[in-house]
Design a protein around this ligand. Structure first.
Ligand code: FE
Length: 339
C-alpha cells in the first residue's frame, strides 16, 4: 500500500515536471540592461513563442544580491547584465546552470562566452578628443593618455566603474600589473578634474573644452551621432574619435550578456530566450536599436552611426580574462587615487 502510494506520487511528480516543461509560457528575466529600445527585442520574442516575459529591472549589483538572497526559491530564469566581470561574479557565486546550447556555440565566438554565460552584444571603449585643441595623432593609444604632455587634459569617469575596471583588466592581461599601474598613475596625473559622471558627461566635457580627451563606450557616441537635438549636434561637431591601439592590441571590447540560473523554474523558456538573443533578428535589435555590435558573426545591421564609425581592429583577448583581473584593477585604481 505504502509502495503504491510512493509510486503514484513519483509518477505525479514526473507528470507535473513534463507539463511544466511543455508549458513554459512565462519567463522571469532579471535584467540590468536599461535601454528603452530593448522593449521591441522582448516583444518580438513573445510574439514568436507565446512566452510572456516578466521583467525585473534594477541596477546590476542589486539584481545579483537579490538572486543570491532569493536562493533556491528565486523566480529568476535568466540574468542579463553588462560587463564581463559582473557575469563572472554571478558565475563564481554558482548561480548559473551550464548553457549547453548548440545555437550559442555555433553563433557566438568562443572568446565572447564561458561555459555558463554568453555575450549577446559588444561595445568598444574608444578615445574621444576635442578637435580644436588636440590632434588624433597625439591620442592614438590608451597609453598616450598617460603621457606627461597631456597634463590637465584628461577627463574620466570613476575608476570603480566596471567599464574602467575592465579596461585596466585588459591592460594587466596584455602588459602585466606593473605597466598597468604606471599607466593608471600617469592618467591620474593628467586629470583635468576629479572623476565624476558617466561616459556621456565626459564626452560633453571634452566638447565644451573642459578637457581635451576622454574614453567612452562606443554606443554613447553613436547615440549622440543619431540625435536630432541641436545641443547633441554641437557636441558631435566638436569632437574627434580615435580607435585606440590599432597597431597593437586593438580597441578594448566589453560585452553585455547573460546566462540561465541554476534555480530557474522555467528552464525551457530560458533556453529558448537565450537562443533567440543569439539569432540574427535579435542581434539586429542590439545593433540598430542600442548601437552595439552583434556578438554573433556575419549579422547584417542597418545603423547609420555604426556605419559612420566604420571598421576597426578589436582586442580578441578572451572576455573571461577581464573578469579574472577585475579585483586587481580595483586595487591599482585605489593605489593611484583614481577614485
Ligand atoms: Fe553604459
Amino acid at each position: 500500500m505504502r509502495h503504491a502510494f510512493l509510486i503514484l506520487t513519483l509518477t505525479a511528480a514526473v507528470a507535473a515536471e513534463s507539463t511544466a516543461l511543455a508549458a513554459d509560457k512565462e519567463l522571469n528575466l532579471y535584467s540590468a540592461r536599461h535601454y528603452q529600445t530593448d522593449e521591441a527585442l522582448y516583444n518580438n520574442f513573445t510574439q514568436q513563442t507565446g512566452i510572456k516575459i516578466n521583467r525585473i529591472e534594477a541596477k546590476e549589483d542589486e539584481l545579483l544580491e537579490r538572486i543570491k538572497n532569493e536562493g533556491a526559491m528565486s523566480p529568476a530564469d535568466v540574468f542579463i547584465t553588462v560587463d564581463a566581470a559582473r557575469l563572472a561574479k554571478a558565475d563564481e557565486l554558482g548561480l548559473f546552470a551550464p548553457l549547453q546550447s548548440k545555437v550559442i556555440e555555433e553563433r557566438i565566438p568562443a572568446h565572447l562566452r564561458s561555459k555558463d554565460w554568453a555575450a549577446f552584444s559588444t561595445r568598444a571603449r574608444v578615445i574621444v578628443f576635442n578637435k580644436a585643441t588636440m590632434k588624433a595623432e597625439d591620442v592614438k593609444n590608451y597609453e598616450d593618455l598617460a603621457q606627461p604632455k597631456l597634463k590637465g587634459q584628461v577627463c574620466m569617469r570613476s575608476g570603480a566603474h566596471p567599464y574602467n575596471l575592465s579596461l585596466l583588466a585588459s591592460m594587466i592581461a596584455h602588459h602585466g600589473e606593473k605597466k598597468a599601474e604606471e599607466w593608471a598613475k600617469g592618467v591620474v596625473a593628467n586629470f583635468a578634474r576629479t572623476p565624476k559622471g558617466g561616459d556621456t558627461d565626459q564626452i560633453k566635457a571634452v566638447a565644451a573644452g573642459e578637457c581635451g580627451v576622454t574614453i567612452s563606450n562606443s554606443y554613447y557616441l553613436a547615440r549622440l551621432m543619431r540625435s536630432g537635438k541641436p545641443d547633441d549636434r554641437k557636441v558631435v561637431e566638436a569632437i574627434g574619435i580615435v580607435w585606440p591601439n590599432q597597431a597593437t592590441t586593438g580597441v578594448h571590447i566589453n560585452i553585455s550578456g547573460g546566462g540561465i540560473l541554476k534555480t530557474a523554474p522555467n528552464k525551457e523558456a530560458a533556453k529558448k530566450f537565450l537562443d533567440y538573443l543569439a539569432s540574427d533578428e535579435a542581434q539586429r535589435y542590439f545593433a540598430d536599436g542600442n548601437n552595439e555590435w552583434p556578438a554573433a558573426t556575419n549579422v547584417k545591421t542597418d545603423n547609420p552611426a555604426l556605419a559612420a564609425l566604420g571598421s576597426f581592429k578589436a582586442d580578441t583577448l578572451p572576455i573571461i580574462e577581464l573578469a579574472k583581473n577585475a579585483a586587481l584593477a580595483q586595487k591599482i585604481y585605489d593605489r593611484v587615487g583614481w577614485k
